[in-house]
Write a protein that binds this ligand. Structure first.
Ligand code: AMP
Length: 144
């Protein structure tokens, strides 16, 4: 598998992500490839529309900060430098594809299921990435 040089690992922090991270570590070692980690913070304004004034910016910043800490913990175990720990905001599928294009990744590693997919053959993010990716995609099988 020495073909892959730049791997994008999409992490959603769900219970299943440990298994996906382990597989990605093995593959990056086998290929001697560089790993970039990405987490997409899904911030929906309407979730907080409960009739109380909450500064939106703080919620988004807080979400990003929490995500950054979680990604940092994973990155430390995988020896991934800060420059390759990416937190984006928006649609997971769209952001994963955008980053893969921008960084010229040759492999995207995702879980077959994460937070949106249990009960389906493949989760919605996994499905979307698989159909629109500019490169190979490995969907690590998550057994239910
Ligand atoms: P899903 O299709 O949403 O159930 O998730 C399948 C896989 O897509 C997960 O195992 C992750 O690898 C990736 N993924 C889903 N949501 C995100 C997210 N917000 N940020 C990064 N990766 C994600």
């Amino acid at each position: 598998m020495s073909h892959y040089r730049k791997i994008l690992l999409a992490v959603d922090f769900s219970q299943t992500s440990d298994h996906v991270i382990d597989r990605a570590s093995e593959i990056s070692i086998d290929c001697d490839a560089e790993i970039t980690l990405v987490h997409v913070a899904e911030y929906y304004q309407h979730e907080f529309n409960v009739g109380v004034y909450i500064p939106e910016l703080n919620i988004e910043e807080e979400l990003i900060e929490q995500s950054r800490k979680k990604l940092q913990n994973i990155a430390e175990k995988m020896d991934v430098p800060e420059a390759r720990q990416l937190i984006e905001v928006g649609s997971p599928k769209g952001e994963i594809i955008r980053i893969a294009e921008e960084q010229e990744c040759d492999l995207i590693i995702i879980g077959s299921h994460g937070r949106h997919g249990l009960g389906l053959m493949m989760g919605s993010t996994a499905n979307g990435v698989l159909h629109h990716a500019p490169c190979d995609v490995l969907a690590v099988r998550i057994k239910e």
